[in-house]
Design a protein around this ligand. Structure first.
Ligand code: T46
Length: 136
């Protein structure tokens, strides 16, 4: 299975004449308790984010506005997912290298994370990540 292909979830959404309300409940919609929320915004044209993997962290990425591409790589397979619908979320497990690119103007990437920020949880070097995947 290509990374990411099985992990696009539909977020429960209530629609009425006032628009949409989407909601996520930890343990029901996502398989972790949300310990941190952050969001990427004001990303300049052509800028790329990510370029790392996490040892333990799991995350849900949502295009709250606009769109962007997420390239996922588990050390064996690569897959690119375009996020453009706030009613969808991309679940990224630990030990998956991710790169985010092609942000449209005004795009917002909202992230629900399973842990507090911890720099020690990152692989920021691709070769170190590959070695670790081969030891699993
Ligand atoms: C990911 C993608 C989608 C903090 O102090 N606290 C935080 O919660 C985060 C996420 C980052 N930082 C600091 C660490 C760096 O000094 O903010 C700076 C920029 O972080 P980074 O270069 O990791 O940002 P991105 O956009 O490349 O990656 C982030 C997340 O780190 C990462 O987990 O999956 O967004």
């Amino acid at each position: 299975m290509l990374p990411g292909t099985q992990d696009l979830i539909q977020i429960r959404t209530i629609n009425d004449v006032r628009g949409n309300l989407s909601f996520i409940e930890s343990g029901q919609d996502i398989p972790f308790k949300t310990e941190r929320i952050y969001y990427l915004h004001g990303v300049p044209q052509g800028a790329e984010r990510g370029g790392h993997a996490h040892k333990q962290l799991k995350q849900l990425l949502i295009a709250a506005s606009g769109s962007f591409d997420v390239v996922l790589d588990d050390g064996k397979n690569k897959n690119t997912i375009t996020l453009s619908d706030p009613r969808q979320g991309l679940l990224i497990e630990s030990m998956v290298w991710r790169e985010l690119k092609n942000f449209t103007e005004g795009a917002v990437c909202l992230v629900l994370a399973s842990e507090h920020y911890d720099e020690a949880d990152y692989f920021r070097n691709y070769d170190d990540f590959l070695i670790a995947t081969q030891q699993q």
